[in-house]
Write a protein that binds this ligand. Structure first.
Ligand code: HEC
Length: 399
């Protein structure tokens, strides 16, 4: 309802404001998200003091939508989504961009879910993340514009059949249905949902990440744990780790070990999974969050490790294929490329760890230290090219 009110206010107010020129437009752009009940009234003398060039394109003033959102959309999104949001942009994509006009939002059509997709992108598709290129206010403006392109919102009663992660991460424990056909279900598991819209499915008898999803969280029926059914995740699959059959998460001194769940806690907007390994006195806290590098999107896991006896510890990367080194990025991340699920290209970035190979298993070995923090980034892209390589590694300095 509020967004509708914003649109109405825009219709009534924007046209006269635009007549004052660029100054007024930029004023709108910097307005806080909450629109005042009664818009500021510009007295005629303001018109004289306005420095902006006169005669601003009058066709814009016909538009009922927030100008800054529309301008940002045309500059950043229209090449793929079409200037009218129909999904018919100039860029030819194997996987077509969404038509917003039909309201086909598979990640939700609320402002916050659209904003999350704009920030993080959609891993494995051409949809880039705009966290680095648009600031939060711009992302909000363009999200509102995208929403306004769709059919009118149907206001439904607060839906209590679905559990949604909004301001705080959530975790739900229970039985997990098979992640993919032919895989076992797991009696003990958990799904953790972060405020960035990603959710993380772990088996917990031996802690292993099975899947990462994006979008909505889980069906409310599971929340009480009394439904007697496995938890039903709602998000769209980003990655089923090894097709849902993830190997052991950790290796100590070259051998796979079990990881016991020690608890969960909230770290910033994400759930932290705390674990104790069966060998050594090793404790690991694992935090998953959305990640973008340039136009590539995916997720990263940050491991805070206590290893008082300095055993040789490795983290299983659970790659589908073997990894080829691409080089080290400007920020010290070592990047690798492998063939990911469904023919996607999987890019793995290691910070504070080195790549290791044990038979068919690709591992990230942690430096010998009593306390270490390792970051493993996973980006999924439809195809590989020189431009992406340059994004990761920076410009070739010899050129
Ligand atoms: C390089 C092409 C490209 C650009 C640029 C691009 N998008 Fe997308 N976008 C896509 C594709 C492709 C999809 C559909 C991905 C899929 O799910 O298969 C998509 C999906 C989306 C979705 C998800 C809709 C849903 O299903 O819920 C939103 C929202 C979105 N884009 C917004 C934007 C906005 C806003 C911009 C500009 C700030 C933008 N996109 C720029 C290609 C692009």
């Amino acid at each position: 309802m509020k967004d509708m009110a914003v649109n109405v206010v825009c219709t009534l107010v924007l046209a006269p404001i635009l007549a004052f020129g660029i100054f007024a437009v930029s004023w709108w752009g910097t307005m806080p998200a909450s629109v005042p009940e009664s818009p500021p009234v510009h007295s005629p003398h303001n018109q004289n003091s306005t420095k902006g060039p006169p005669g601003l394109n009058s066709s814009i003033s016909q538009n009922v939508r927030p100008v800054s959102g529309r301008t940002l959309f045309l500059a950043n999104c229209a090449s793929c989504h079409g200037s009218d949001g129909s999904g018919q942009g100039e860029m030819v994509l194997d996987r077509p961009a969404r038509s917003f006009k039909d309201g086909g939002f598979s990640f939700g059509n609320t402002i916050s879910s659209i904003e999350r997709v704009i920030s993080s992108g959609i891993p494995g598709t051409p949809m880039p993340g705009f966290k680095a290129t648009l600031d939060p206010r711009q992302r909000l403006a363009v999200a509102k514009y995208v929403q306004s392109l769709g059919p009118p919102l149907v206001v439904v009663d607060p839906d209590d059949t679905e559990l949604i992660v909004t301001d705080r991460p959530k975790v739900i424990r229970g039985e997990l249905a098979p992640v993919a056909e032919g895989q076992p279900s797991h009696v003990r598991g958990l799904i953790a949902g972060g405020t960035d819209g990603l959710s993380w499915e772990y088996r917990t008898d031996d802690v292993r990440l099975l899947a990462v999803r994006q979008g909505d969280f889980v069906k409310r029926a599971n929340w009480s744990g009394r439904s007697g059914e496995p938890i039903k995740p709602l998000g769209r699959m980003v990655r089923a780790v090894r097709g849902g059959a993830a190997g052991p998460s950790f290796y100590v001194n070259g051998k796979p070990v079990k990881s016991q769940l020690a608890g969960t806690s909230v770290v910033k907007g994400s759930m932290a999974i705390r674990q104790k390994l069966s060998v050594g006195d090793i404790h690991v806290q694992e935090v998953g969050q959305a990640a973008t590098v340039g136009a590539m999107s995916g997720y990263e896991r940050v491991y805070a490790i206590e290893n008082p006896q300095m055993d040789r510890l490795s983290i299983n990367l659970n790659l589908d294929g073997s990894a080829e080194s691409l080089g080290t990025g400007v920020n010290g991340v070592h990047w690798f490329r492998s063939t990911g699920p469904g023919g996607l290209v999987e890019i793995t970035g290691l910070r504070q760890a080195t790549l290791d190979q044990l038979n068919d298993t690709v591992l990230a070995t942690v430096p010998d230290s009593k306390a270490a923090t390792v970051t493993i980034t996973t980006l999924l892209v439809p195809e590989w090219n020189a431009e992406l390589q340059e994004t990761l590694l920076g410009k070739d300095r010899s050129a």
